[in-house]
Write a protein that binds this ligand. Structure first.
Ligand code: ZN
Length: 243
């Protein structure tokens, strides 16, 4: 089975639709989402509805949990907090109920799924080999999928060596048949790795390889929607830079 993995949609319908189109054209038979359907962007209902329609598995991210009230907004930046409060006001009750039922961690086909990390499914950003090492010491599954940092990357540990890893560009294919792995598809709706395109990952559970992809989307359309909703301008601007 091939699985398309997405994360951090952040209410960016333009980016999510473009990603779903690319996924449909791939050989993926399932879509797994690692959380943060909402927050930052202007179209939370459309994105939750697309996830409800297409995702076989969906985790809760910290932004989803802030919108449902499960966690407080105290640790959020101003822009994130404003967008979360706005989302609470506008989101459809059915979509809110869907978010309330999600968990920040899960397991499918022996793959560990976490929004943040195996150590802290809600908050931890795994951006260094040291943190990856600490996560691997704790993770129960040989391969774990993580989101949250909005950076497409992988970390691996083989033969008792220390974990190593790096950000991954579109087109990179990794053989994950051996070793321990943390794989982050990157963010669909607000990439922060300098590539403005929507990020996703294709995981082949038979061949045991993982391929990183990017999808072009209408960035200007998503930015215009953020401005029309009167959300902070910085949230529109950063989409253009992929930061
Ligand atoms: Zn996020």
């Amino acid at each position: 089975m091939k699985v398309a993995v997405v994360s951090d949609i952040h209410a960016n319908r333009h980016a999510f639709e473009a990603t779903l189109e690319a996924v449909a054209a791939s050989e993926a038979s399932e879509l797994w989402c690692l959380g943060d359907l909402v927050g930052y962007g202007a179209e939370p209902d459309a994105c939750v509805e697309l996830a409800r329609e297409h995702a076989a598995v969906c985790l809760a991210g910290n932004h989803d949990m802030a919108v449902t009230g499960e966690i407080s907004l105290e640790e959020f930046s101003r822009g994130a907090s404003v967008a979360a409060q706005w989302t609470r006001e506008v989101i459809d009750p059915d979509n809110m109920a869907f978010l309330e039922a999600l968990s920040p961690q899960g397991e499918e086909s022996e793959i560990g799924l976490y929004h943040g990390s195996p150590r802290d499914p809600v908050w931890e950003y795994v951006l260094s080999a040291l943190l990856a090492e600490l996560c691997m010491n704790q993770q129960r599954n040989r391969i774990c999928l993580i989101g949250h940092s909005h950076v497409a990357l992988s970390f691996a540990r083989r033969d008792g060596e220390l974990a190593t890893g790096e950000p991954r560009r579109a087109g990179t294919r990794l053989d994950v048949a051996e070793g321990e792995w943390l794989l982050n598809p990157g963010s669909v709706g607000q990439p922060r790795d300098g590539d403005a395109r929507a990020a996703w990952l294709l995981l082949d559970l038979d061949a045991m390889d993982a391929t990183f992809y990017r999808a072009d989307y209408d960035v200007a359309g998503a930015a215009a929607a953020i401005r029309a909703a009167r959300l902070p301008d910085s949230l529109a601007e950063r989409l253009e830079y992929g930061q």
